[in-house]
Design a protein around this ligand. Structure first.
Ligand code: PBG
Length: 343
C-alpha cells in the first residue's frame, strides 16, 4: 500500500514593498509597444541574391534551406518582389561557371559577366531598386581566393589594381553601391579614385571594413561554388576573430579612404564590434548576417527545434539594438513579408 503524498500548504505571501516593478511596462501588448526602443522595418534590409548561368532558372543551395541560385531572368523577378516588399536594395553574388574561372579571376573584368548582365537587366526593368555589387575575386578565381596569388601569398597591391577594374566594370553596368569584400589594404581609396576618374562620383562605396576570417561563410562558398576550390584559408587578409580594436582601425582607414558606409561581418557573433563602430564613428553602419548564421536558424527551424519566424525576427532586432543602420540578410524577403503581415 502506498502512503498518500502530503502536499504542504504554501507559505502565506506577504506582499513585497516594491517601488519599482519593471513588469508594469510589459503588462500588455499596447504597453510593450509604447516603450519599445528599437524597430525593424523593410528599410533596414539588404537582400543578398545568388546568380547562376545556364538553362535552369532556379536551383536550391543545399546548405541554405529556402535560398536559391537564380538565372538573370528570375533575379529580375525577385528584384520586383524586393520593391513590392519595400526592400531598398539587393546585393548580387554570382556562381560563375567553372570553365570561366582562372588564377587571375579575369572573368571579373569581362563586360558581359553574370553580375554585369544581371545589373543591366535589373536596372532596365526595376530602376528604383538599389543595386549593391561585391568586389572581390573569389567567385572568379580557380583557387577560391579573393586576390591574386604568388605561391601561397595573396598579393595586395596587384590585387587592388584588378579590383579597381572590377568596380568600374560593375559601375558601368549600373551598380549603385560598390561593396569591396576582399580586405586588401588601400582598396577603398583606389576604387574611389577610379570611380571618380570615370565620372562615377555618385556611386557609393560600402566597405566590408571589419570582415573576419569566419567559419560562418561556409554555405556562401557552397552557393557561389568557391568552397571546394579554396586552397588554404583567408587568414592573411580577413581578420582574426579574437580582435576588436583592430576592427576600429580598419573602419577608420576605410572612412579616411572615402567609404560612405561601413560593414561588420559576420553579424551576430560580432555585435560588440557593430556597437563600438557605431558609437565611435557615428557613420552608416551595416552588419551582414552571413550564410552560416542564416543556415543555423533555417536548419533548426526545419527540424522543428526552434520557431523559425520568431528566431529570425529576434536575430534581426538584435542588430538594430546593437546600433546597426541596416542588415544584409538572406531573410530579407521573409522578414519584410512578416513585417507586412504585422508579425
Ligand atoms: C567574398 C564574400 C564572402 C561573403 C561575402 N563576400 C565569402 C568569403 O569571404 O569567403 C560571405 C557571405 C556569407 O557567408 O553569407 N569575398
Amino acid at each position: 500500500m502506498t502512503t498518500p503524498v502530503r502536499i504542504p500548504k504554501p507559505a502565506p505571501v506577504s506582499k513585497l514593498d516594491l517601488i519599482h516593478r519593471p513588469r508594469r511596462n510589459r503588462k500588455s501588448d499596447w504597453a510593450r509597444r509604447l516603450v519599445r526602443e528599437n524597430v525593424l522595418t523593410p528599410d533596414d534590409l539588404i537582400w543578398p541574391i545568388f546568380l547562376k548561368d545556364g538553362d535552369t532558372r532556379r536551383e536550391e543551395v543545399d546548405s541554405m534551406p529556402g535560398v536559391e541560385r537564380l538565372s538573370v531572368e528570375e533575379a529580375v523577378r525577385e528584384a520586383r518582389r524586393a520593391v513590392s516588399l519595400g526592400i531598398p536594395a539587393i546585393a548580387l553574388f554570382p556562381n560563375t561557371d567553372p570553365s570561366l574561372r582562372d588564377a587571375e579571376g579575369r572573368e571579373a573584368l569581362r563586360e558581359a559577366n553574370l553580375v554585369c548582365r544581371a545589373c543591366r537587366a535589373i536596372k532596365a526593368k526595376v530602376p528604383g531598386l538599389g543595386l549593391v555589387t561585391d568586389v572581390a575575386l573569389d567567385p572568379y578565381t580557380s583557387h577560391g581566393h579573393d586576390g591574386l596569388m604568388r605561391g601561397e601569398a595573396i598579393l595586395n597591391d596587384e590585387t587592388v589594381a584588378v579590383l579597381v577594374g572590377q568596380a568600374l566594370n560593375q559601375a558601368r553596368a549600373g551598380a549603385d553601391v560598390i561593396a569591396p569584400s576582399d580586405m586588401m589594404d588601400g582598396r577603398v581609396a583606389a576604387i574611389r579614385k577610379g570611380l571618380d576618374a570615370e565620372g562615377f562620383e555618385e556611386v557609393q562605396i560600402m566597405s566590408y571594413a571589419a570582415k573576419y576570417a569566419s567559419a560562418f561563410y561556409g554555405p556562401f562558398r557552397d552557393a557561389v561554388g568557391s568552397g571546394a576550390l579554396l586552397k588554404g584559408d583567408k587568414r592573411t587578409y580577413q581578420m582574426d576573430p579574437a580582435n576588436g580594436d583592430e576592427a576600429l582601425r580598419e573602419v577608420a582607414l576605410d572612412l579616411a579612404e572615402g567609404a560612405d558606409m561601413v560593414m561588420v561581418k559576420p553579424g551576430l557573433p560580432y555585435l560588440d564590434i557593430v556597437r563600438r563602430v557605431k558609437e565611435r564613428y557615428g557613420v552608416p553602419t551595416f552588419a551582414y548576417q552571413v550564410s552560416g548564421e542564416y543556415s543555423m536558424i533555417a536548419a533548426a527551424a526545419e527540424r522543428g527545434w526552434i520557431d523559425g519566424d520568431k528566431a529570425m525576427m529576434e536575430s534581426l532586432i538584435a542588430f538594430k539594438r546593437a546600433g546597426a543602420d541596416g542588415i544584409l540578410t538572406y531573410f530579407a524577403p521573409r522578414a519584410a513579408a512578416a513585417l507586412k503581415a504585422g508579425l
